[in-house]
Design a binder for this molecule. Structure first.
Ligand code: NAD
Length: 490
């Protein structure tokens, strides 16, 4: 049985405790993952702490060189990484390649670190006195990540953190942990000194130790809202800087003037890509009267044609869900009787014990019902009928989450009004999954993000550094002697 270990100080390390990792397409156990004890976490933090002074002092150009080499290795190994992801997550290979590509873009952004860390300089803020601002790394920082993007979400974090001169401890999801180890090996090949990037596999034990450890200066978390809130509250209570991204329930508002074929293509792609296990997936279509019937028919006919199968079969368009427990939880929403099931994902599934659930479309979902409000995180697309733009906007803004949303219309004025009025962090106009590029920052509002800094882009650089302002004067003949007055401009 394959054993998936930690990676600490540039070498593997194992633990006594372990958990099962599944192949979702077969339902069988494919590996055992080590589950860290507090001592294992302490070893990782100690390795990261020991590596920090030299990495902090490595020149910007040297750090950028390592990042460039890492980028090339990641690109060369993208197929192998995608295969590992697909085998443990269940998503199809092309989708796994897509997540590697989006993570790679953050590495490319971080290659520009010499430019990103330029400070400001003001000459003569007072006579013969200059001021300049610099940003310095924090030290040991940690990333705790979810199952749904085992490569991309960690890469929202560590390329920027490491480029800024920090050392990093990654705690990936215990459900699909293998990608993290290939990434660690590629860092080593790229010339990153041992201890700068470490991986601790594990569960709540590892997370709680990271949140309590005095040498961990900042924590980036991505996962479900209850755990995001817990990580934010615990980490900040322990004096750490924390950004904690949570769950989502993303609505697509469709105005009657929209191109309904484009809408249907977009809703199906954004609802069922990665079997709906994306925090930016569209899970609710708000159809403004009178287009509902026509739109539901277009969505349903497309959903019925999606080919479900193992992630490593090139003919598959949608893979299995990550675990049996998760599949059953998603399927339980179909038993609630909220709305009319137009396409039933429990029918026509592949043979075998894989964690299958097909695309499901539920029409006339009552606003405010569990199916409408709760994050289902699977291939279930709800259609809620609304009478107007205002009614749709109110439903979005009354929701608990504020991660992503989209409006589909050909009316520029309506789109502009929506982008202004909607209380959501990432907004698409005729774009269903508006994930910001690496040089912008990613993050939602309300229960989708705790903290005030989004990930990657300049906000990521800000999160992983702290500011310092130096005011300097070099002795010259005009030095005026002792003055106990309050310093003012002169
Ligand atoms: P999860 O919250 O169960 O797990 C996330 C991480 O927290 C994992 O590393 C896990 O080991 C750890 N964890 C789980 N339970 C814990 C506990 N009780 N105490 C401490 N740590 C714990 O999330 P998941 O199921 O892996 O991922 C899916 C969720 O992530 C969805 O809610 C999805 O919306 C969200 N997500 C959000 C974003 C975003 O950008 N906002 C992106 C991707 C995923």
């Amino acid at each position: 049985m394959k054993r998936i270990t930690h990676w600490i100080g540039g070498v593997p390390r194992d633990s006594d405790r372990s958990g099962d990792v599944y192949n979702p397409a077969t339902g069988s156990v494919s590996a055992q993952v080590a589950l860290a004890s507090a001592d294992d976490v302490d070893a990782a933090v100690a390795a990261a702490k020991a590596a920090f002074p030299a990495w902090r002092d490595a020149s910007l150009v040297k750090r950028a060189h390592v990042l460039f080499r890492f980028r090339e290795l990641l690109y060369a190994n993208r197929d192998a990484l995608a295969a590992l992801i697909s085998a443990e997550h269940g998503k199809v290979h092309s989708d796994a390649l897509g997540e590697v590509a989006r993570g790679l873009e953050v590495v490319e952004f971080a290659c520009g670190i010499p430019h990103l860390l330029k400070g400001g300089f003001s000459e003569n803020v007072s006579t013969n006195v200059d001021s300049f601002s610099i940003r310095q790394p924090l030290g040991v920082v940690a990333g705790i990540t979810p199952f749904n993007f085992p490569a991309m979400v960690p890469m929202w974090m560590f390329p920027v953190a490491v480029a800024c001169g920090n050392t990093f401890v990654l705690k990936p999801s215990e459900r699909d942990p293998s990608a993290s180890l290939l990434i660690a090996e590629l860092w080593k090949q790229a010339g990153l000194p041992d201890g700068v990037f470490n991986v601790v596999q594990g569960d709540k034990v590892a997370v709680d130790r990271l949140l309590a450890h005095p040498d961990v200066k900042a924590v980036s978390f991505v996962g479900s809202t209850p755990i995001a809130r817990y990580v934010y509250e615990t980490g900040t209570a322990n004096g750490k800087r924390v950004q904690a991204l949570g769950g989502a329930k993303n609505h697509m508002l469709v105005l009657p003037d929209a191109d309904l074929d484009l809408v249907a293509d977009s809703a199906v792609s954004a609802g069922f890509g990665s079997a709906g296990e994306r925090c930016m997936a569209i899970s609710v279509v708000l159809a403004v009267d009178p287009i509902g019937d026509e739109l539901v028919e277009k969505i349903a006919s497309r959903a019925r044609r999606i080919k479900i199968g193992p992630g490593d079969d090139p003919a598959s368009e949608m893979g299995a869900l990550v675990t049996r427990v998760h599949r059953d939880k998603v399927a339980s929403y179909l038993d609630l009787g909220e709305g009319k099931i137009v396409v039933d994902g429990r029918e026509n599934l592949p043979d075998g014990d894989g964690f299958w659930l097909g695309p499901t479309v539920i029409d006339h979902v009552p606003p405010g019902s569990r199916t409408h409000r709760e994050e289902i995180f699977g291939p279930v697309l709800s259609v809620v009928r609304v009478a107007s733009y205002e009614e749709g906007l109110t439903l979005i803004n009354e929701g608990e989450y504020g991660n992503g949303t989209a409006i589909f219309t050909n009316d520029g004025g309506a789109a502009r009004r929506f982008q202004n009025e909607v209380e959501v962090g990432m907004v698409g106009v005729n774009v269903p999954i508006p994930v910001p590029m690496a040089f912008y920052s990613f993050g939602g509002w309300k229960a989708s993000l705790f903290g005030d800094t989004h990930v990657h882009g300049v906000e990521g650089v800000h999160f992983y550094t702290r500011g310092k302002v130096v005011t300097s004067r070099w002795l010259d003949p005009s030095h005026g002697g002792v003055n106990l007055g309050f310093p003012t401009n002169g």
